[in-house]
Design a protein around this ligand. Structure first.
Ligand code: NAD
Length: 500
């Protein structure tokens, strides 16, 4: 019998009383591996009110106590890395090494959270007027919520709750119903690290449960990562409820290749960045823009892509795993067909791939289109699979214009040996995360994850200093102490300088 996935309420892993479940289906075998409850309103309400109580005492807990939990937590994630990575691989399908990478990128945020005493510092100015000082504090905002996607079951929850909690908040996590087990194991370790009960709660479900969180008056801020339509919905509903929200959504990331770039480095970068994790990465390169004679790399690139081998998570020779669901696989296949019908040149077709030991796995092999035009669906839509579209342009300017006209702005990169080309690209590109000879420029957690335009709704980005700002409110205090008993006139107007 498949396992019923538990919620985390008040430090206990408990079964929901809901009779409505979503099946977790292994992307590798097609078997049901878990049943995720769509929790009841009363259960969600209980999770929020317990989180609120936990926040009330946590916000006043000394900052070093809060920080020490993060030190311990980081160590526990590292100690339990193999177990965490296998839980992650089994539910998500990605290879064991890729699952470890997912977790590494997550615990780096925990490491950043260990800088909380510095990150939480406010500002001070003495003598804003004579003997009047102004200073600011960053204070927690209360209960925050996170709604996370299937593709990074470790990293994305860890982008959120460690920073929210270290800065004094409580956090409700609603992980993707396709991959809740990694979040549960991460929460178990968080409790083991000494986190008080109720600070981190895990609830389960889909739209209905997310709506319950969005409309709950005690939840003050929402971090969302997922698809554009859902992100737009969550951002709109949260902000219509006058709450704070950040929504990190879809992408179409271009790699622009100048004719002077090193061919082998370009090919390796393109293969890894387009096919890694089966293309199910919001920073995957899904479009190559080849400038002028850079198109000469195409035959060698295709040869290299033909050698990429999908396989099971525990197969050491596998380069990537299956697609998350049958439905997602069918969507990718239909977009590939769409590309053929629109006249793009399908030079490598990954449809119909069979892997003998796993006949029910959601396989798609490496797929490449050349002769892609910007009005085609395969160019306009996020495909979220191992599909690379190749476009050709005549100049850097033309490439810049093409990328800047795409609706998404998550990540991009340029490969070149020219400092002048790289500098022009960096300056003029309207994309928030730029790589120069780096194919997937995901910033480490002391920076923020700065997607732009159609890839992000909100103003404060995830993690880094902006993450701390997102999860805190600034309180500014202006104070004056009377040293002597001087008589003063009543002030009816602002004066330029309040000196005596
Ligand atoms: P998704 O939008 O289907 O689901 C994300 C979360 O939203 C899940 O927890 C899900 O239960 C919930 N959800 C689904 N439908 C909902 C609805 N109608 N109302 C409220 N909540 C709902 O996304 P996914 O398929 O899990 O993830 C893939 C997407 O995530 C891709 O578009 C990818 O680009 C994006 N992504 C973006 C980033 C980024 O940093 N920009 C990072 C990772 C993934």
């Amino acid at each position: 019998m498949s396992k019923i996935i538990k919620a985390l309420i008040n430090g206990e892993f408990v079964e929901s009383k809901s009779s409505n479940y979503v099946d977790m289906i292994s992307p590798l075998t097609g078997e049901i591996i878990g049943k995720v409850p769509c929790m009841l309103q009363a259960e969600i309400d209980k999770a929020v009110s317990i989180a609120y109580q936990a926040y009330l005492s946590w916000k006043d807990t000394p900052i070093m106590t809060r920080t020490r939990i993060m030190f311990k937590y980081q160590a526990l994630i590292k100690e339990n890395m193999d177990e965490l990575a296998s839980i992650l691989s089994i539910e998500q399908g990605k290879t064991f090494d890729d699952a470890k990478g997912d977790l590494v990128r997550g615990y780096e945020v925990v490491e950043f959270a260990c800088s909380a005493p510095t990150l939480m510092m406010g500002e001070t100015v003495e003598h804003v007027s004579t003997k009047v000082n102004t200073y600011s504090y960053k204070q927690a905002i209360g209960v925050c919520a996170g709604i996370t996607p299937f593709n990074f079951p470790g990293m994305i929850p860890l982008w959120m709750f460690p920073l929210a909690i270290v800065s004094g908040n409580a956090f409700i996590l609603k992980p993707s119903e396709m991959v809740p087990n990694t979040a549960i194991k991460l929460a178990e370790l968080f409790l083991e690290a000494g986190a008080p009960k109720g600070l981190l709660q895990i609830v389960h479900g889909q739209k209905e449960q997310v709506d319950m969180l969005l409309d709950h008056p005690l939840v003050k801020a929402y971090s969302f990562v997922g698809s554009p339509a859902v992100g737009a919905y969550i951002y709109s509903r949260a902000t219509a409820n006058l709450k704070r929200a950040q929504a990190l959504v879809g992408a179409k990331n271009h790699m622009l290749v100048m004719p002077d770039a090193n061919e082998d480095k370009v090919i390796n970068a393109l293969v890894g960045a387009s096919m890694g994790a089966a293309g199910q990465r919001c920073m995957a390169i899904s479009v190559a823009v080849l400038v002028g004679s850079a198109k000469e790399i195409i035959p060698k690139l295709i040869e290299k892509l033909k050698q990429v081998k999908p396989g099971a998570w525990d197969d050491k020779n596998a380069d990537y795993g299956p697609i998350i669901t049958k439905k997602a696989k069918e969507k990718i296949e239909s977009l590939i067909q769409n590309g053929v019908d629109e006249g793009a040149n399908l030079v490598l077709d990954g449809r119909g791939l069979k892997i003998e030991e796993y006949p029910n796995g959601n396989w798609i092999g490496p797929t490449v289109f050349t002769n892609v035009k910007t009005n085609m669906n395969i160019y306009k839509e996020e495909i979220f699979g191992p599909v690379l579209c190749i476009l050709e342009v005549n100049s850097l300017d033309e490439g810049l214009e093409l990328i800047n006209n795409n609706m998404f702005g998550n990540g991009t990169s340029i490969f070149t040996n020219s400092g002048a080309s790289a500098t022009k690209f960096r300056r003029e590109i309207l994309v928030g995360q730029v790589g120069v000879n780096v194919p997937i420029p995901v910033p480490l957690p002391f920076f923020s994850f700065t997607g732009w335009r159609g890839s992000f709704y909100g103003d404060l980005h995830a993690y880094g200093k902006q993450g701390i700002t997102f999860y805190t409110e600034t309180k500014t205090v202006t104070e004056r102490w009377f040293e002597e008993d001087i008589e003063e006139e009543i002030a009816f107007n602002f004066k330029e300088n309040h000196s005596k």
